[in-house]
Design a protein around this ligand. Structure first.
Ligand SMILES: [Zn+2]
Length: 302
């Protein structure tokens, strides 16, 4: 099996190193990217590419795991430099016309929208390719396969490139080489059952390495995926304990913050690592997702 050369480009999002990655895999005529980062970090992306003697126009293909702003915000810009952009069918309409995506994000981020995320340009239709589940793309000898991975978002793929799995957000968030993984559980698509199935699909492919967008390439994909499966089980148990008591959203945010903090400290993270974790995965957003998931999917059945 080939082991492709993968470079982790650090976008230094919000001056916080090691939180949002773009992955570069060079090939004979330039390189491909997995993810683009947000529009706000295009200068950092250009600088990181220059470190590998590449210009933005040398990027032939961009594979988006999903269309959240921290993953796909710069895709329209890269498409205008000549890249082909690959995306999940459910994400494609938003890449062609991001107005609704921008409007709903603006409701959350308000006047911090531009500072945090920058511009989200549309991808021109002739630069966009919609992938089907398990579809394989060949780029200059590199083989990239898309695996449908809902749970965090309905519009998420993981990508398999030889022995490595680019997990987007479905593989959770793992920073600084630590053996600690947290689950980003934002509204509106969170679905723990789908998430569990997605992890099982990835485990069946037996990747050796795993590269969550937040952050870095890890050599222990089997351990990582098993830990995510365990976290899903733990989170599910916690939700079943907490939600029937009928907490308000504010109560839930406080309880979830305590739950996450306790897990992190139990795993041996120090205070600064806990803080970086919360930049990459704001606990209040995750609590909002859990609240909505419970009321949408679980309460009607229970
Ligand atoms: Zn996401």
């Amino acid at each position: 099996m080939l082991t492709p050369q993968v470079h982790t480009l650090d976008l230094n999002f919000q001056s916080q190193p090691g939180t949002i990655a773009v992955y570069l895999i060079p090939h004979a005529q330039g390189g491909i990217l997995v993810e683009t980062g947000p529009g706000s970090t295009i200068p950092a992306l250009v600088e990181a590419l220059a470190g590998h003697n590449l210009r933005p126009g040398d990027i032939s293909d961009v594979f988006l795991t999903h269309i959240h702003l921290d993953h796909a915000g710069a895709a329209g810009w890269l498409a205008r430099q000549g890249a082909r952009v690959y995306v999940h069918p459910r994400g494609a309409p938003h890449m062609l016309d991001p107005q609704r995506l921008i409007a709903s994000a603006s409701m959350i981020y308000g006047d911090r929208m531009q500072t945090l995320w920058g511009d989200f340009l549309a991808v021109p239709e002739d630069r966009l390719s919609v992938l089907q589940d398990e579809q394989v793309v060949d780029v200059n000898g590199l083989t990239i396969q898309a695996i449908d991975s809902p749970g965090h978002a309905k519009h998420q793929y993981a990508y398999l490139v030889e022995d490595i799995c680019f997990s987007g957000d479905i593989g959770g968030i793992r920073l600084g080489g630590q053996p600690y993984i947290s689950l980003p559980t934002p509204p509106p698509d969170l679905n723990l059952e789908q998430w569990r199935t997605s992890i099982q699909r990835l485990q069946a492919r037996q990747p050796a390495r795993i590269a969550p967008t937040h952050f870095g390439v890890y050599p222990d994909a089997p351990w990582h995926l098993q830990t995510v499966a365990q976290m899903l089980a733990d989170l599910n148990a916690w939700i079943e304990q907490v939600m029937p008591t009928g907490p308000t959203i504010e109560d839930l945010q406080q309880m979830y913050l305590a739950f996450e903090r306790q897990r992190a400290i139990h795993s041996g993270l120090d205070a600064s690592a806990v803080e970086a974790q919360q930049v990459a995965n704001p606990p209040s957003t995750s609590a909002d997702g859990i609240y909505r998931y419970w009321h949408k999917y679980r309460l009607p059945n229970g």
